[in-house]
Write a protein that binds this ligand. Sequence first.
Ligand code: SAJ
Length: 434
Amino acid sequence: MKFNKICVLGLGYIGLPTACTFATKGIKVTGVDVNPAIIETLRNGEIHIHEPGLRAVVETAIKSGNFTVSAQPEEADAFLIAVPTPFHEGRFGEYDGRQYKLADMTAVISATEAIAPHLRKGNLVVLESTSPPRTTVDLVAPILERSGLKAGSDFFLCYSPERVLPGQILRELIENARVIGGVTPESARAGCDLYAAFVKGEIIETDATTAEMVKLMENTYRDINIAIANEFSRLAEKFGVDVWEAISLANRHPRVKILNPGTGVGGHCISVDPWFFVEAAPELTPLIYHARTVNDAQPHFVVEKLRQAFSSFKGKKIAALGLAFKPDVDDLRESPASEVIHLLQEEGALVRAWEPFKPMADMPGINMSSSLEAALQDADAILLLVNHTQFKELKATEIAARTKARLIFDAVNAWNANEWQSAGFKVYRLGVSK
Ligand code: SAJ
C-alpha cells in the first residue's frame, strides 16, 4: 500500500519525532495538536521538547515542505494517534484492600472522534498511545465506525506501540523492532507498509490486542525488575552490605541482569503502564501491584536513609542536584527526585534544587536554583538525586572549594566515595549501611 499523506495526532515526545521522520521520507505529514502553544512554537520553527537530534529532524522536515502543523486533522491516507494516556488524578479503583490507579483515556477518545469525520474507505488508522488491553477493538474501533465504515473491511486499523527510550528516540525509532497489531491481517499488512517508510528494525505483524499487551508487558517487566533492585537496596542496608558491589557481583552470573536501585521510578511510562494491567484484571496482578508500590515508596526510603545523617531536617539547608525523572533528559514529569524534595520540605528542610536541563522550570512548591553555585551557596548538605553525566563528572575537590557543605548523600552511585571523603566530605550512599 502507498501512503502519500498522513495525519499525526499528538505532537509530544513520540508524535513529533515520528511525524518529522515520516516527512523526511517524502511523505506529506500534517501534525495535529490540541495545545495552541505547541502549534505556535512549531510554526515559529522552534521545538518544545528537549531530545538529542530532534531539532535537526524537525528543521529538515519543515524545510522539505512536507511537514505542516494544524489544530485539526484533515483528510489523509493514514492517521496516527500518539496522545497521552495518563492516569486519573485522585480517582482510584479497589480490589481486596489494594487501591489502584485508573487510566484516563480522554485524549485517545477525543483524537479518535476528531479523525472519524475525515475517515475514507481504504484509510489506515494506527493507535500508538500506550493503552489498556483491548482498547483498539473495544474503544477506538466503535468510535471510528460511527462514520458508517467498518474496521478491518472498509478501513484498516492497527495498534503499534512506540518503544523508544527518551534520550535515544530518533535512533531507536528507526532501529528498534516494530510490532504492528492489526484488527485483521490485512490491517497489520497495511501498518507494515506504512512504517517500512523509515523503520530499519524488524517489523512484525500480529493482532491488535497482542500488540497492546506486548507494550504493557515490556514496561511492567522493567518496573518489576527495578522494584527488586530497590528492595535489594533496603536489604543490603539491613545486612551491612554495599548493594552496588553486590549487584555488580551478581551480574557476573551469565543469566542475571539486576537493574539499578535509585530514588524510584519516574516518567510517564513505566510508573503508569503497569496500572493498566492492574485496572484490567486486579485479581490476577498481585505481583505487578506490589512492585508498583515498592517503587512508589522508594522516595520515602531515600528520606529515611537521609535521616541517618540528620537527626532532624528542620532548618537544614540542602542542595538537591537533579530533578529530571532519569539521567540526561529534561523531562521532570512524575519525577521521584521532586517527591524526595517535597518529603524533606514537609519536615522543615530548606531545599534548593538545581536541574541543569531545565534550570528555570516552574515546579510548584520547589525552590529552583538558577545555577549550581546558587544551590551550593550556604548548603549544609548536597543530595545527588539524578545520575546526569555532568553531575558524575563533578570533582570533589572543586565542589569542596565552592561550598561550606561537608556532607553528601549519593542516591544513584554516581560518585566515588573515597574521592569525596578525601576532599573532606562525610559520605552517605543509598543501599550502603554506614
Ligand atoms: N530506573 C531505575 N533503575 C534502572 C533503570 C531505570 O531506577 O535500572 C528508573 C529511571 O531513573 C526512571 C524510570 O526508572 O525514573 C524509567 O526509566 P527507564 O529508562 O527505565 O524508562 P523510560 O520510562 O525512559 O522508557 C521506557 C522504556 N521501556 C523499557 O525499557 C521497557 C522505553 O523503551 C519505552 O518506549 C518507554 O518506557 C515508553 O514510552 O513506554
